[in-house]
Design a protein around this ligand. Structure first.
Ligand SMILES: *Cc1c(COP(=O)(O)O)cnc(C)c1O
Length: 493
């Protein structure tokens, strides 16, 4: 398998090389040159544990990793760090299925990929005989940061820097990051939103003089954001897994298709579902759910991507994004690999704040349905599902549930659907308790206790005792101060 840049060039890389690099030199994203096919008998995999399914899905994407190395990486990733024996259980509530992706250490779906990425990266460094130290530079809208910190803390040969928006992330999310231990971890709040953080990261990646300054200290950057192909590919596995669980629970019969509903921000998770479909997984529609930052809803409906709009801080902060990076990968594939066209779109986005795609790409977008939920609708979804079925959703999952109900009403499409449940309700306990009982507590930690007392749902291990942990990272930066602070942190340790 070879990886090429969405923005062209003759470079073709092995998976290990693409994972080390994170992002292509011409600012493009690495994509697989072709999609492997699932074997015809993949439905026999219903008897396999998650780890085995993951190895089989990942192997053709990562075919430069020796089988025993890949097996060991997967085993180390999906061990008892996950609170559920199935790793990602498929739970039915009423007539809707939820794929619970949040049973890892940081209680959000980012753990599914970020438990594995450090192992893939360490193996890649060995395989490629890379001598430099890797500095993982990560922008986060709240969940990636903590999952990446947990994954990379004290991993030899790496340092990790996380930039998060100082206003916007939940109290629990912020405290998870600022209490992070590990001698190689650096965490900064920035005055700005996620798009600002992501832009700063991309700028640092592409700045020759920064690369030079780091190079002298024997350091090079890589990424733990979903722009890294090593983040994306592990996510494909759980859609195949979800299908297998639907068969096992006799919600589907062999050969029948499912719909997939994904609360979407940077477009990584839903793109992984689309990759699974390209591999031959029977998926009908991909339902892309947004919050009030509904730039993707408009794009999928009209073919025009337009970021010239207000940025809203919502109660589903991990989706508070206007520039969804991974969409570039989808456009590349749907255009038939036309990198000149992609360069044109991205150029227009930077200079004019908008672009309109070709009719060929629009045709490809027909596989998607898009919708959004506002704040009141999100709260209502949390409350009504809990009242009806005692099933607890976090605000991101609730956005997906609301959009799915709209989809049902609009299309009458009764194909069995799976909703990607992306976070534990406890990460957003203040929002969830307010939705359920109407009283904003104003304190995330008090809300965790109340939610537990009233629902009895277990508190994720990683969130217990969080408010007593010492805060280790206290710096908040202006955007103009990011470069210096990052360089100083990396070179200082
Ligand atoms: C990151 C995140 C999302 C958005 O996922 P993308 O892959 O960025 O589209 C949704 N929900 C939660 C809880 C997240 O942490």
């Amino acid at each position: 398998m070879q990886y090429v840049s969405t923005r062209g060039g003759s470079e073709k890389l092995r998976a290990a090389q693409a994972i080390i690099r994170g992002i292509a030199g011409n600012r493009g994203l690495f994509v697989p040159e072709m999609f492997p096919s699932l074997p015809e008998n993949f439905t026999d995999w219903t008897v396999l544990p998650y780890q085995e399914v993951a190895v089989r899905v990942l192997q053709p994407f990562l075919d430069d990793y020796p089988a025993e190395v890949l097996g060991q990486c997967v085993k180390s990733a999906y061990d008892d760090k996950f609170a559920a024996a199935e790793v990602a259980p498929l739970i039915k509530a009423g007539d809707t299925c939820f794929l619970e992706l949040y049973h890892g250490r940081t209680a959000a779906f980012k753990d599914m990929a970020l438990s594995l990425l450090p192992h893939l990266l360490t193996a890649a460094l060995k395989q490629e005989d890379e001598q430099q130290q890797i500095a993982i530079l990560t922008a986060t809208s709240g969940d990636t940061g903590k999952a990446a910190l947990e994954g990379f803390a004290d991993v030899p040969g790496t340092q990790i820097v996380v930039l998060y928006p100082h206003v916007g992330v939940s109290q629990v999310q912020e405290r998870q990051m600022t209490t992070q231990e590990g001698t190689n971890t650096h965490v900064f709040g920035i005055r700005g939103n996620f798009d600002d953080a992501q832009r700063a990261v991309k700028k640092l990646f592409n700045d020759e003089s920064v690369a030079q300054k780091l190079g002298i200290s024997g350091i090079r950057f890589s990424s733990a954001n979903s722009i890294n192909i090593g983040r994306l590919v592990p996510q494909v596995a759980y859609y195949v897994w979800a299908y297998l669980q639907m068969l096992k629970q006799e919600i589907l019969k062999p050969g029948e298709a499912m719909n997939v509903v994904v609360p979407t921000g940077n477009f990584g998770n839903i793109l992984a579902a689309w990759y699974a479909r390209e591999m031959g997984l029977p998926v009908n529609r991909l339902i892309c759910a947004s919050n009030r930052n509904n730039v993707l809803t408009d794009f999928i409906t009209t073919g025009t991507y337009d970021v010239r709009r207000n940025f809203h801080i919502t109660t589903s902060p991990s989706m508070d994004i206007l520039v969804s990076s991974n969409l570039e990968r989808l456009l590349y594939h749907l255009s038939g690999g036309d990198s000149d066209q992609i360069k044109g779109f991205m150029q227009a986005l930077e200079t004019e704040g908008r672009y309109t795609v070709s009719s060929r790409i629009r045709k490809g977008l027909e596989g998607f349905y898009a919708g959004y939920a506002d704040e009141a609708e999100t709260r209502e979804a949390i409350a009504s599902l809990y009242q009806k079925h005692q099933y607890l959703m976090d605000p991101h999952t609730a956005v997906a549930h609301k959009v799915y109900r709209d989809f049902l009403q609009e299309t009458g499409d009764t194909t069995p659907a799976v909703i990607a449940a992306t976070a534990s309700a406890y990460k957003f306990a203040d929002t969830v308790t307010e939705a359920l009982w109407g009283t904003p507590l104003g304190d995330g930690f008090a809300a965790v206790k109340e939610l537990h007392q009233k629902t009895g749902v277990p508190i994720p291990v990683g969130l217990k005792g969080l408010e007593e942990k010492p805060v280790r990272h206290k710096t908040t930066l202006d955007q103009s101060g990011i470069e210096t602070a990052v360089l100083d942190a990396l070179k200082g340790s």
